[in-house]
Write a protein that binds this ligand. Structure first.
Ligand code: FES
Length: 168
């Protein structure tokens, strides 16, 4: 490029363009920092949960249970414990052990949930009674239930929790 090409107008234009470019970069950088700060101060309140149809309440007799898989993929055991005809007759507990995530199953004779990975046990309310979950004070997650017109509904998360490394 010749010295003659460097006219005062061209220099002024380049100076303005570079100033605008740097100002835009600063605004974008501080804006991103501000957005991160706002997200830090006001974190998301949790996963989206919705009421889902489960079964006709009368279809489950006392002592029976059914397995429900939430849209998030979570496996949930729903059991009927009473026959008052109220929602308190039912309990919905996660089948995922809070210790390291193995699947628990109901042991009818012992009347408990059992986790085969490290011999964790839980009472019918989901409270840990032995094994690592008991030592850590962990319980099976419980899900809200309601009955409307004889139909049992469960409130569950619609999306799975993100896993470390981004795998789903
Ligand atoms: S994963 Fe259930 S007791 Fe360890």
């Amino acid at each position: 490029m010749d010295e003659q090409d460097e006219t005062p107008e061209r220099r002024a234009f380049l100076a303005r363009a570079s100033t605008l470019f740097m100002a835009g970069g600063l605004v974008a950088g501080y804006g991103a920092c501000g957005a991160i700060g706002v997200r830090y101060l006001f974190p998301a309140t949790g996963r989206v949960r919705r009421w889902q149809f489960l079964a006709r309440a009368e279809s489950l007799r006392v002592g029976e249970s059914l397995e429900y898989r939430a849209p998030s993929g979570e496996r949930i055991a729903v059991a009927r414990r009473g026959e008052a005809g109220k929602v308190e007759d039912f309990v919905a507990l996660s089948s995922t052990c809070p210790h390291l995530g193995c699947q628990v199953h109901w042991q009818f004779v012992e009347k408990r949930f059992f986790c085969p990975c490290h011999n964790g046990t839980f009472d019918p309310e989901g409270r840990a009674t032995a094994g690592p979950p008991f030592e850590a004070g962990q319980s099976l997650a419980r899900f809200p239930l309601k009955i409307e017109d004889g139909v049992l509904f469960i409130e569950v998360p619609m999306e799975a929790l993100p896993r470390p490394g981004g795998a789903s």
